[in-house]
Write a protein that binds this ligand. Structure first.
Ligand code: NAI
Ligand code: 3PY
Length: 322
């Protein structure tokens, strides 16, 4: 007897290979032109499906989750961060939530290095100058930046991305310091110096790189008080989430020169970023592309499908969060 395929909503355009595999197993409903659904459109699109495979651009707040149909039983995210999903609300409704860890850690660590170097060595300022035909001068004092080799690299949130980013920073001869909810085992720590408070980490970080999830505990963790703890002319790197940083305080620290520069892949308001930050030469900015490589996007899509397949086969999805 033929059993019908589960119906799966894929709200954003995913890689062709991922869509092809999805269609083998599911009746796929696509959002044809890849726009971000409004809250109402997301709720409406979910009414006729058994599962959804969203990105961090689809916000499953408690009120959206309350409006989902009983037949929708799993939200299989195409992201590792799940701050766009109200996990307690999903759990209360018996909706399974999964994410895509590990497969994007290398790509995101690469972008953290790009942000660090772009900020330290004035990458976007120099690029704009050459591109716009304003490079009409050179001297030994021209466009001088900060060397990161041999400096201290502070990791706030030493999880999957944080550990790989630390490995990449070791390649620059940097001394690794970190703060995490719990201390790592020596084989994972690899000689990095553990700090049992955020403040203690910040006090030594020539480069501070953020890698903890956005949560009520981490929102605004980087603010006027904590920025003032960093060494003079430090560099802030954020590839985690914009919510971690008070952007007004960051702008003030960058304007005063207290902070040498910032390298940012994520912002409080996305897409778009912060126009006031965009006015500053000492900010290197990217449009949330931490995981945006062909290889990684395939792997994220396949990982989300693995989670869905396990769920519909009646086995525990590898990356089940609730
Ligand atoms: N820019 C981008 O495109 C990407 C951004 N991300 C962001 O990076 C985050 C981290 O990803 P993973 O490393 O895979 O997650 P993870 O869960 O492996 O690591 C997060 C670490 O932060 C620690 N942590 C949590 N709260 C903390 C707190 N209050 N103080 C100190 N440490 C705390 C945890 O103990 C854990 O070790 C994601 O949640 C996501 O927001 C991840 C991938 C791509
Ligand atoms: O996975 C995430 O959390 C992202 O931010 C995008 O890959």
């Amino acid at each position: 007897m033929m059993t019908s395929k589960p119906t799966l909503l894929i709200p954003r355009k995913l890689a062709d290979a991922v869509l092809e595999r999805a269609r083998d197993t599911y009746d796929v409903i696509l959002n044809a032109d890849d726009h971000v659904f409004t809250r109402e459109a997301l709720i409406a699109a979910c009414q006729t499906v058994d599962a959804v495979l969203p990105c961090h651009s689809e916000h499953f707040s408690a009120d959206v989750i309350a409006a989902l149909p009983d037949r929708l039983r799993i939200i299989a995210n195409h992201s590792v961060g799940v701050d766009h999903v109200d996990l307690p609300a999903a759990k209360a409704r018996g909706i399974v939530v999964t994410n895509t860890p590990d497969v994007l850690s290398d790509a995101t660590a690469e972008i953290a290095m790009l942000c660090m170097l772009g900020a330290a060595r004035r990458g976007s300022e120099g690029d704009r100058m050459v591109r716009e035909g304003r490079w009409n001068f050179w001297s030994p004092s021209f466009m001088v930046g900060r060397q990161v080799t041999g400096r201290r690299f502070g990791v706030l949130g030493m999880g999957r991305v944080g550990q790989i980013t630390a490995d990449r920073a070791r390649g620059f001869g940097m001394e690794i310091h970190y703060h995490n909810r719990s201390r790592l085992s020596p084989d994972k720590e690899k000689g990095a110096v553990f700090h049992d408070t955020v403040d203690s980490l910040l006090a030594v970080s020539d480069v501070l790189s953020l890698h903890c999830p956005a949560s009520p505990n981490t929102t605004g963790l980087i603010n006027a008080r904590t920025l003032a703890l960093l060494p003079e002319r430090a560099i802030l790197v954020n590839t985690a989430r914009g919510a971690l940083v008070d952007e007004d305080a960051l702008i003030a620290a960058l304007q005063s020169g207290r902070l040498f520069a910032a390298g940012l892949d994520v912002f409080r308001s996305e897409p778009g970023g912060n126009p006031a930050l965009a006015q500053l030469n000492n900010v290197f900015m990217l449009p949330h592309i931490g995981s945006a490589t062909f290889e990684t996007r395939d792997a994220m899509g396949f990982r989300a499908l693995d989670n869905l397949d396990s769920f519909f086969a009646g086995t525990a999805p590898l990356d089940r969060l609730v």
